[in-house]
Write a protein that binds this ligand. Structure first.
Ligand code: KG4
Ligand code: ZN
Length: 335
């Protein structure tokens, strides 16, 4: 059987990314142009700036991916692109680039959901085993997704307010740390002890939903109250306490869902999967549970990239999922 080569394009937020994947699992090119430096001084992603950078970068990044893989367009079987969710202006650049390429080279166009991409980053590490549970934790999402087969996604829990990464970034801002704050809090937390009492949002009995805005407010209030009393709180202890609260809820809810749904594999996905404390806590928890395989991708495949979009796109392509040239970006797309 001939090899399957899928070119993936991802522009949903602040990374312009293009990758080429062979037979669904093998990375032959993976290019990411990050815009973090341009957004840093604003303390977050500025949508208008993101779109402009994507326009400037997309053609160059596509060319670089083809060079890295040492292939021409004639050898590509299909073009996969993130159709949503994400920033509409940012998504549109990727969607339009993909449509132009599909039209010019007469290639099938495959729409991919960004979260499906994050989940399928795991298939670049190991083969998926169903049924499985994916914990998706990023700057925009916190979701527990149950999958009984390829391409089937059932969201069993999601955040009702802030995403986990968003809470990290906001707390980091309160502690005067640069954007994105997640990695800084993570590092600081390793140096502190979780001595400050912060809330854990368990929500209703049996719910797999999350909520992080109360925790975020509690951290901000703790800092302000201490300032007013002229006291100083050790930032490393505050970071450790915040991180302990986030991780305890994420890990406990994942453990509970794994038991209830009887899954064989637990996948972790999204930028917050880079978190040391979370990785350690999950590894500790699941190493004690025989018969359940825990998969956490390397850092470069946790944060936004196009290899994950091409990996998910390979499965969607084989399932016959196609878009025509009327494909549009959908900022609030459901999985
Ligand atoms: O998946 P991603 O690259 O973009 C989205 O789709 O949102 O995730 C970015 C998020 C940011 O909020 C960032 O602060 C967070 O992932 N992050 C971390 C760590 N590394 C990145 N959060 C906690 N600990 C980390 N080590
Ligand atoms: Zn993402």
């Amino acid at each position: 059987k001939k090899e399957l080569l899928i070119l993936g394009i991802e522009t949903s937020c602040d990374e312009t990314a293009v990758a080429i994947i062979k037979n669904g699992r093998e990375i032959v090119a993976n290019v990411v142009a990050s815009q973090i430096e341009s957004h840093k001084r604003f303390g977050g992603v500025v949508p208008e700036i993101a779109s402009r950078h994507h326009v400037e970068q997309i053609t160059l990044v596509i060319e670089e991916a083809l060079n890295q893989a040492n292939v021409t367009f004639s050898e590509i079987d299909a073009i996969a692109v993130t159709e949503g969710p994400g920033l509409v202006g940012a998504l549109l650049i990727g969607v339009n680039a993909a449509k132009a390429l599909a039209f010019a080279h007469n290639k099938p166009l495959v729409p991919v959901h960004h979260i499906a991409g994050h989940i399928y980053a795991n298939r670049l590490i190991t083969e998926l085993k169903f049924p499985l549970l994916a914990l998706v934790v990023s700057g925009g999402h916190t979701e527990l997704v149950y999958m009984k087969e390829h391409g089937h996604f059932e969201v069993i829990g999601e955040t009702r307010d802030d995403a986990a990464g968003e809470a990290y970034d906001k707390v980091a801002r309160t502690l005067n740390m640069p954007y994105p704050g997640g990695p800084h809090i993570d590092r600081l937390a390793q140096e502190g002890t979780p001595t400050i009492n912060l809330p854990r949002a368990w929500l209703e009995e049996g719910s797999y939903d999350f909520s992080f805005s109360g925790l975020k407010s509690a951290v901000i209030n703790t800092v302000h109250n201490a300032e007013q009393r002229g006291e100083k709180i050790a930032p490393e202890d505050l970071a450790a306490s915040f991180q302990a609260s986030v991780i305890e809820v994420l890990v406990k809810k994942t453990e509970k869902a794994v038991a209830e749904y009887g899954v064989e594999q637990v996948l972790v996905a999204g930028g917050v999967a880079a978190n040391k404390g979370l990785r350690n806590a999950l590894e500790k928890s699941f190493s004690e549970k025989p018969g359940i395989e825990l998969v956490i991708p390397p850092l470069s495949l946790c944060t936004d990239n196009a290899a994950m979009i091409a990996a998910a796109g390979s499965i969607m392509f084989e399932k016959g999922i196609r878009a025509d040239l009327a494909l549009n970006a959908i900022p609030g797309l459901d999985i």
